[in-house]
Every structure is written in structure tokens, then in C-alpha cells.
Design a protein around this ligand. Structure first.
Ligand code: LMR
Length: 465
């Protein structure tokens, strides 16, 4: 065979880049998911790439008989495996979704109230939203992340479109950049990062590169590596930044380090693309968690921000989020918006109405907004309590190692440092489910389940060295 063939989710591609756009994207993705990306994230799903596009022709009668069985998603697939486990002690710490002390999903009271208002409002209809979504929702979302007093908002140089949660916002933003940002088609993403990032950006037509972020030795930020890598990125390159509560590491830059990053990026004309999936979840304060984004807007430069209401309002399945693009002036912002519409219309036409209406109802009413911030703070505090309980439980068991990173890391996840073998052992012996890179969702833990997790970690590190 002259040309090497790889497959992504069953699509056959050749080693030479194809000319058709869709094929080119799949080709690029397959290239990116080849060995280099295994370093970017252990839970990135690069197993999607198979050396052979065919798994055998078991049904020669089908035109799809060449389609290979795709692996489960590395994060959402953990829930699939968990659901199949009949054990009464099983524990799902895979997906980042908040659970109550009883281990149940939580619908916020303020969300129930908003839904009640919406259901009882007979004037509401089910017409299509505009391509850009619910206008109120967009305005309020921009205010939430950029601040009510943001000069960029007052100067009308921000365009905001409602999208399908954080992933959809990233995808629309990336597609826009791929079409209209001609300086660079490279996006630098932290190493490691959320497993879906490389796939979203590559399929949108961007080429994905990594910058150093996490130091496994200190279990903290590799600020030196980060500054070196961004310092040598080509001028104009796009840089993905987690606004707060970095996923999967739980390691955020300090305020001083953010300032170093901002100055370096602006001096090299690097374009910031923020992923803000956890506003309010890191510190319990919406304003504090938005600080890094606001500092990049305050300097007058341009940036993109993808927002999600999955975690902070518990609206996971409603798929509600927003993409804001901060521009230099209102004329540019208006032209950018016109092009975003051309991205969205053929992708999903226009966004759904329900989730955005819940968010708008809460954000525009002072009392409901306050009730939300109280509930959000309670979720963030419960996660912090879980960190302390787990840390103490490991200390009580004299589990070998330094576990202080559990209380130092921030947000929904702890990047435990457990290796793939130890994770597999904990799943097999203790029915504890987590991503294979050792990330655990602290939001899925409760006082009742901490001892079980601590026993499992203790057994894993003492028996699976
Ligand atoms: C996670 O990282 O667990 C969440 O962001 C859920 C997801 O879609 O991966």
C-alpha cells in the first residue's frame, strides 16, 4: 500500500491532505490524534484513530459494513460503564456533574422557580429564536462574564450569540476563526486539557498545538514552561485559556501569574480564547472567577469567550451557553456578528429557547439572581468540604504520598496523580469510576462515600506501585 490510511470514526483518509473541506478536517483531526496528542490529555479519546478502517466485512450486504466500532467517549463513556455495573457500592466520579449529599443530581430551587414562571406565562410561544438566540440572554450573559460596568459592553463592541452550552460556543467560535482569522490557524491549548478541546478545534479547521501547563512533579502550574511556549508561539496565534477551575487539573494561575500571561500574550499579539465553563465554581464568587477574562478585556484588546451554564446553574442537559467576541469597535463587532450567523445557520439553524429563557429569567431579577448566587456558593463550598474530608481520610489511613494538592486544587476536579493501572484497579476492586488520567469529580463525592474512596486510593497506591 503506497499511502498510509488512517480512520477517524470510520472515515477513511489518506496521508496526503485531501482538498475537500470536510475531508481536510477529518484528515487534520486524524493527524492530530496520532501520537503527539496522547501527551496533551490522557482522556482525549485518541483511541478513535485506528490503523485499519475496517473491522471485517461481517455483513457484506450492508453499505455500512466497513464502519468500525468507535470507542466510547473517554469522559461520558465512564458513565456508560458505571450504569452497567450492578454493584450497590459503585461510585461515579467521572463526569463533572454536581451531586447532592445523597449522590443525586441537583435542580437548583431558583431554576425550578424560573421554570414555574415560564410555564405559567401564557404569552410565551414556541416560535423560532433568531439565529443569534434570545437577545436578553445574550446581553445578560455578556454582563455576567465581562462585568456590568465593562467599557467594552458600553461601547457596543461585544457581540454575543447564544450557543449549545460550552462545547457549542467553542465550536462556533473556532469555526468563525477558521474562516475569518487569517493571521493564524493554530490554536495553542494547555497540556493537559479537557479531552474534547482538540477534537472541537481540529474539526473546526484549526491546527492544534500544545503549551506546557501542568507540572506533574509539583502538581501545580508549570509557569516557566507556559511562558516559554507562549513566548515562542508565532505572533497572532490563538491561545485557549481556561478562565478558572482548569479542567482536568484544578490548577489555576495566581493573579500575578495571570498578569504575566496577559502581558506576554498582548506583547506577542496572541489572541485569547477563554473557555469559561465554571464561573462561580472555583471560588464561589462569580466576579472573582471572571477576573482573568475581565483583565484581558480591560486592556482594550480583543478576545473570545465561551460560556456555559451547565455547571453553575446546573443546566447540563438544557445545553445553554454563549459565545462573546470582544472587538475593537462597534462596526467590527457588527460585521463579526453577521458572519457568526452564517456559521450557525447551516450548523443548527438557531438555538433552543427553554434553557436560555431560564437563565434570562434568573439573571434579570435581582432576588432570583441573589438566590442563585447563594445556591452556587453552597455547591462550591460543599466541593471544598469534600476536598478537606478526602485529604483528612487519607491522612488518617497514613496513605503514602503527599496529598496536599487535593486541598490546593480548585473547582470541580482533583487531578489525583493516580496512574492508569491504579485507576483500573479502583474500578475493578472498588467499583469507583473515574477518567483514566486519574481525574476525580469532587462534585460527585459525599461524606458517606469519602471513606470508600479513601480506602480505594489507599489500596491502589500501596498495592499497585
Ligand atoms: C467533564 O469534563 O466531565 C464535563 O465537562 C462534561 C463533559 O462534557 O466532558
Amino acid at each position: 500500500m503506497e499511502k498510509a490510511e488512517v480512520s477517524f470514526a470510520g472515515a477513511k483518509m489518506h496521508s496526503r491532505a485531501p482538498s475537500h473541506t470536510a475531508d481536510r478536517r477529518l484528515y487534520l483531526l486524524s493527524r492530530h490524534l496520532e501520537p503527539s496528542l496522547s501527551a496533551i490529555s490522557a482522556h482525549d479519546g485518541n483511541r478513535n484513530v485506528s490503523a485499519s478502517p475496517t473491522s471485517g466485512f461481517s455483513d457484506p450486504g450492508s453499505v455500512f459494513s466497513h464502519v468500525v466500532q468507535a470507542p466510547e467517549d473517554p469522559i461520558l463513556g465512564v458513565t456508560v460503564a458505571y450504569n452497567k455495573d450492578p454493584s450497590p457500592v459503585k461510585l461515579n466520579l467521572g463526569v463533572g456533574a454536581y451531586r447532592t449529599v445523597e449522590g443525586k443530581p441537583l435542580v437548583l430551587n431558583v431554576v425550578r422557580k424560573a421554570e414555574h414562571i415560564l410555564v405559567n406565562d401564557r404569552s410565551r410561544v414556541k416560535e423560532y429564536l433568531p439565529i443569534t438566540g434570545l437577545a436578553d440572554f445574550n446581553k445578560l450573559s455578556a454582563k455576567l462574564i465581562l462585568g456590568a460596568d465593562s467599557p467594552a459592553i458600553h461601547e457596543n463592541r461585544v457581540t454575543t450569540v447564544q450557543c449549545l452550552s460550552g462545547t457549542g460556543s467553542l465550536r462556533v467560535g473556532a469555526e468563525f476563526l477558521s474562516r475569518h482569522y487569517h493571521q493564524q490557524h493554530a490554536i495553542y491549548i494547555p497540556q493537559p486539557t479537557w479531552g474534547n478541546h482538540p477534537k472541537v478545534f481540529t474539526l473546526a479547521g484549526l491546527s492544534v498545538k500544545a503549551y506546557r501547563y501542568y507540572d506533574p512533579v509539583t502538581r501545580g502550574l508549570d509557569i516557566q514552561g507556559l511562558l516559554e511556549d507562549l513566548g515562542s508561539a508565532p505572533s497572532g496565534a490563538i491561545v485557549l485559556l481556561h478562565a478558572c477551575a482548569h479542567n482536568p487539573t484544578g490548577v489555576d494561575p495566581t493573579a500575578t501569574q495571570w498578569e504575566q500571561i496577559r502581558k506576554l500574550m498582548r506583547s506577542r499579539s496572541l489572541l485569547p480564547f477563554f473557555d469559561s465553563a465554571y464561573q462561580g465554581f472555583a471560588s464561589g464568587s462569580l466576579d472573582r472567577d471572571a477576573h482573568p477574562v475581565r483583565s484581558f478585556v480591560a486592556d482594550g484588546g480583543e478576545c473570545l469567550v465561551a460560556q456555559s451554564y451547565a455547571k453553575n446553574m446546573g443546566l447540563y442537559g438544557e445545553r445553554v451557553g454563549a459565545l462573546s467576541i470582544v472587538c475593537k469597535n462597534p462596526e467590527v463587532a457588527s460585521r463579526v456578528e453577521s458572519q457568526l450567523k452564517l456559521v450557525i445557520r447551516p450548523m443548527y439553524s438557531n438555538p433552543p429557547i427553554h434553557g436560555a429563557s431560564i437563565v434570562a429569567t434568573i439573571l434579570k431579577d435581582r432576588n432570583m439572581y441573589e438566590e442563585w448566587t447563594d445556591e452556587l456558593k453552597a455547591m462550591a463550598d460543599r466541593i471544598i468540604t469534600m476536598r478537606h474530608q478526602l485529604f483528612e481520610a487519607l491522612r488518617a489511613r497514613r496513605t503514602p504520598g503527599d496529598w496536599s494538592h487535593i486541598i490546593k486544587q480548585i473547582g470541580m476536579f482533583t487531578f489525583t496523580g493516580l496512574n492508569t493501572k491504579q485507576v483500573a484497579f479502583m474500578t475493578k476492586e472498588f467499583h469507583i469510576y473515574m477518567t483514566s488520567d486519574g481525574r476525580i469529580s469532587m462534585a460527585g463525592l459525599s461524606s458517606k462515600t469519602v471513606p470508600h474512596l479513601a480506602d480505594a486510593i489507599h489500596a491502589a497506591v500501596t498495592r499497585m506501585v
